[in-house]
Write a protein that binds this ligand. Structure first.
Ligand SMILES: Nc1ncnc2c1ncn2[C@@H]1O[C@H](COP(=O)(O)OP(=O)(O)OP(=O)(O)O)[C@@H](O)[C@H]1O
Length: 843
């Protein structure tokens, strides 16, 4: 290790790649080792090696974070510091890692990388002469002057500190005993410098340059300290405080613990933090906690893991908008215009939202209710929530609750846990930076439950206006006032929202759209939006109403408009390619193209320059098929009703209404009933009810079994199937459909192919009301059916249905099964001569 009288570092050095902190010669840092390469280096060199040589390693700063450290070696900084590993501490918790205490010796340059794995090994060239340090030569010339100036500045800095603190006294002595040329490195490592600045000092191989680089940093620190001392009023207990601050943060402690992150802030870190704590306008209780934590922090060495924890906590506390809010600028008339402009249709929802806003305007301290928009996907629930924030001039933040199954997601983890974090509510507040945003709790119906507690229970406190003024996040551990936050929830169904949570909200149902509404929404909102997204203009692409109709009926089957928007997006992409190509293509080339895209002579100014002259491209029937492929959905209704034993029911799903084919068949057997299609208990009971009613009325309706006997079940097995087989179905509303389907089977007559029905049945043949009428009727209309049989007591729900749809459908309100059957079969479903006693509902 020693040659020519000077100290030489080995010419081959294993390289330790660090991503935080910069080791400078003459300083000591603590480095946390957890990347695979560095772990290998520690294991095979430091833990196994016995010679002094084996404890010298090259530290290369500023490589990428090891988390992102791939197999590939990142490009390395060419200059590093050879360091002596003074201490290695290993730990298995929370994951295996080592902490290395390492003292910088001298600079080196990587001349050649010998190998990369298991850890990098390189040929190096030593840059600083270590013997200089020991001989203490005098520097002369310009360099001498510079070093003298630097020394004086260093003395001045130390002079500003409290000499009664032992480390300061030691530092003062060190300044005199250390060779001058080592001062830039030693001081740059001690004073407040960012990583970038330290890196510049490391890169300054030339001594003069190094002095020049470091001197301004030193002067800056002196100025900062001066400023700090000026701002401190000489209070009796102040002196003590200055001392504490110096001890803990600013200067002396850095000599021994330099492993902190680089900070660019001027002035004393702790003082800045303390100022921020005092300025955060937090309530008394929170302030007390913060000051206590701050006090602890000041006493803590920075290398302690708890230091970072406490520091993060305090940073969050000062960032939270305790008293910061936006001013509501609510103008109901403007709100109405904005809601109307952003959303077509949705009249009921918009009316209720306006009422809600109006009451808020009159009574600003309105507590609750919390609105919950319930409806199928893509009907604009989220987007109405966003509009509400816009009309109020408030910040908007969406919290997706789908799949959240841990209550700490809402309420945060206690700070005792490693990696603890605040919950989503507090995080959201930090993100928006004000305490009165609009929070959209998306998908509250999809909250999960697990061993980690029930998130819905945590939400109860958040949403309860009586409690949420003192919401306590586990991480914060002090109350935060959420009463100014406006909560809006969305869900696809109320069935899976926990009852206690549902009870705190006002549910507004947002049903699916009719075909006509979808066309309007497409032309007013979706097409312009998609055109803009794809950099197209209406002069380049036109989608006529007929085409939109076709997309809706043949390429989408949904209650909302999301997949319609996607299809329009697909068209825009296809046209964007044409337009982009068009810039290059000559007119003749274009006209020889297949006729799938109809072209009209352009009239706009774009026609000459920006776009080819054939603009706009109009998407017609052929072009649509070309872009979107063959149609995805067919109206197959009439084809499926060509045999007896099939009837169309109407079902409600969280995705909107749907038509459902109920199929029945019979074969010789022992009177067994088989049900398939993943049915729930209620639905199975409906099937049994239907069979019982039909058996008891078989004579009356002249229903027979295969052999012609009067009991339809005698010697006969019956199979009832509900497609789609993979989807679980339940509920009583299929009752009338099952009866109709079986009546068709037993009588051998076909059910009318344009009829759909819904309704619960009783054993005595009554038809009881069911829910989701609007969605069901819309589904029947979408499917092109003409007649809808529904329970008489649901007649009032028809008012919600747009007039033009009502006009196109024939509604048959039925209170008895007799009426249902009469409406479902062409020419009615006659009874035998003995007239059936008229049963009327008294329920
Ligand atoms: N009535 C409407 N007028 C204009 N645009 C609409 C309307 N309804 C829906 N949209 C548009 O449809 C898209 C989907 O809406 P949004 O994301 O709000 O649906 P959602 O109901 O919240 O669905 P999910 O339940 O899946 O969250 C948005 O781009 C929205 O702008």
């Amino acid at each position: 290790m020693s040659s020519n009288g000077g100290i030489q570092i080995p010419s081959r050095l294993p390289l330790l790649l660090t991503h935080e902190g910069v080791l400078l010669p003459g300083s000591t840092v603590r480095i946390s080792i957890d990347s695979a390469r560095n772990m290998q280096l520690v294991k095979s060199r430091l833990l196994k090696g016995t010679s002094l040589k084996s404890t010298i390693i090259g530290v290369i700063p500023n490589t990428r974070d090891p988390e992102h450290d791939s197999e590939e070696l990142p490009s390395l900084h060419s200059i590093g510091t050879a360091g002596l590993a003074v201490q290695v501490v290993g730990s298995n918790w929370p994951k295996p890692h080592y902490t290395l205490l390492i003292t910088g010796l001298c600079r080196f340059r990587v001349t050649q990388l010998i190998r990369e794995r298991p850890f990098p090994l390189a040929l190096v060239e030593q840059l600083d002469k270590l013997e200089q340090y020991t001989e203490g030569q005098q520097l002369d010339g310009g360099l001498g002057e510079l070093s003298q100036k630097f020394y004086q500045a260093a003395v001045q800095l130390v002079g500003m500190l409290d000499i009664s603190v032992p480390v300061v006294a030691k530092l003062r002595r060190l300044l005199d005993s250390l060779p001058r040329e080592t001062l830039p490195d030693v001081l740059a490592a001690m004073i407040r410098t960012s990583n970038t600045e330290k890196l510049q000092v490391l890169n300054a191989v030339d001594l003069e340059e190094r002095f020049k680089k470091t001197l301004p940093l030193l002067t800056r620190q002196i100025e900062g300290l001066k400023l700090l001392q000026k701002t401190r009023k000489p209070k009796p207990d102040d002196e003590k405080r200055v001392l504490v601050i110096r001890k803990g943060g600013a200067f002396p402690s850095r000599q021994f613990s330099l492993d902190e992150e680089g900070e660019d802030e001027e002035g004393d870190d702790m003082a800045v933090l303390e100022r921020k704590v005092n300025e955060a306008a937090m309530p008394e209780s929170a302030l007390r906690v913060c000051l206590k934590e701050l006090k602890r922090l000041k006493k803590m060495p920075q290398s302690m893991p708890e230091y970072a924890l406490t520091r993060n906590y305090l940073d969050l506390m000062v960032e939270l908008p305790w008293n910061k809010s936006t001013k509501d600028c609510l103008d109901i008339r403007a709100a109405r215009v904005l809601l109307d402009n952003d959303h077509y249709a949705l009249e009921k929802l918009k009316r209720r939202v306006l009422e809600y806003l109006a009451v808020r305007q009159l009574k600003s301290s309105l507590k609750g209710p919390i609105l919950c928009f319930v409806g199928p996907p893509g009907v604009g629930k989220t987007s109405v929530g966003r509009s509400i924030a816009k009309t109020l001039g408030r910040e908007f933040h969406r919290i997706a609750l789908g799949g959240v199954c841990d209550q700490s997601d809402i309420r945060g983890h206690r700070r005792t846990y490693v990696g603890s974090m605040p919950g989503r509510i507090i995080n959201g507040l930090k993100t928006v930076g004000v305490n009165n945003p609009v929070f959209l709790l998306d998908e509250v119906d999809k909250l999960g439950k697990s061993l980690q507690g029930d998130p819905a229970a945590a939400l109860l406190e958040v949403l309860d206006p009586e409690q949420n003024h003192s919401f306590t996040d586990h991480y914060l551990n002090v109350a935060f006032d959420l009463s100014q936050v406006l909560f809006i929830a969305t869900a696809n169904t109320t069935a899976t929202i926990p009852p206690a949570l549902l009870d705190r909200m006002e549910v507004l149902h947002v049903p699916g759209y009719t075909q006509e509404e979808k066309v309007e929404i497409a032309h007013r909102h979706l097409i312009p939006h998609q055109l803009e997204q794809h950099g197209l203009t209406p002069q380049q692409l036109q989608i006529p109403q007929d085409t939109t109709q076709e997309i809706i009926s043949k390429y989408t089957r949904e209650a909302g408009v999301r997949s319609l928007e996607r299809k329009i997006g697909a068209i825009c992409r296809a046209v964007a390619v044409k337009v982009a190509e068009g810039h290059k293509m000559s007119r003749s080339e274009l006209s020889s193209e297949s006729g799938t895209v109809q072209e009209r002579a352009g009239t706009g100014r774009d026609s000459d320059l920006a776009a080819p002259p054939e603009m706009p491209i109009v998407i017609d029937h052929v072009a649509l098929k070309d872009i979107l492929g063959p149609q995805l959905f067919e109206m197959e209704v009439s084809e499926r009703l060509t045999l007896p034993g099939v009837a169309i029911g109407l079902a409600w799903t969280p995705l909107g209404g749907e038509i459902m084919f109920v199929e029945a068949s019979r074969m010789e057997g022992e009177g067994q009933l088989t049900l398939t299609g993943q049915l729930g208990d209620v639905m199975k009971e409906s099937a049994h009810l239907a069979i019982s009613w039909l058996r008891s009325n078989a004579k009356n309706y002249q229903l027979t079994n295969i052999a012609g006997s009067a009991d339809p079940l005698e010697g006969t097995d019956i199979h009832l199937h509900f497609p789609a087989g993979a989807v679980t179905k339940d509920g009583p509303s299929a009752g009338v459909t099952i009866v109709t389907c079986l009546a068709s089977l037993f009588s051998g007559r076909l059910v009318r192919s344009d009829v759909a029905m819904t309704g619960e049945i009783t054993l005595r043949g009554l038809v009881l009301p069911v829910g989701g009428i609007k969605d069901k009727v819309l589904a029947a209309h979408r499917a092109g059916l003409k007649r809808v049989i529904l329970p008489k007591r649901n007649e009032k729900d028809l008012e919600e249905i747009p007039a033009h749809i009502r006009a196109e459908l024939d509604f048959v309100p039925a209170s008895t099964l007799n009426k249902v059957l009469n409406a479902a079969f062409d020419g009615g479903f006659p009874t035998a001569a003995v007239t059936h006693p008229q049963v009327s509902s008294k329920l």
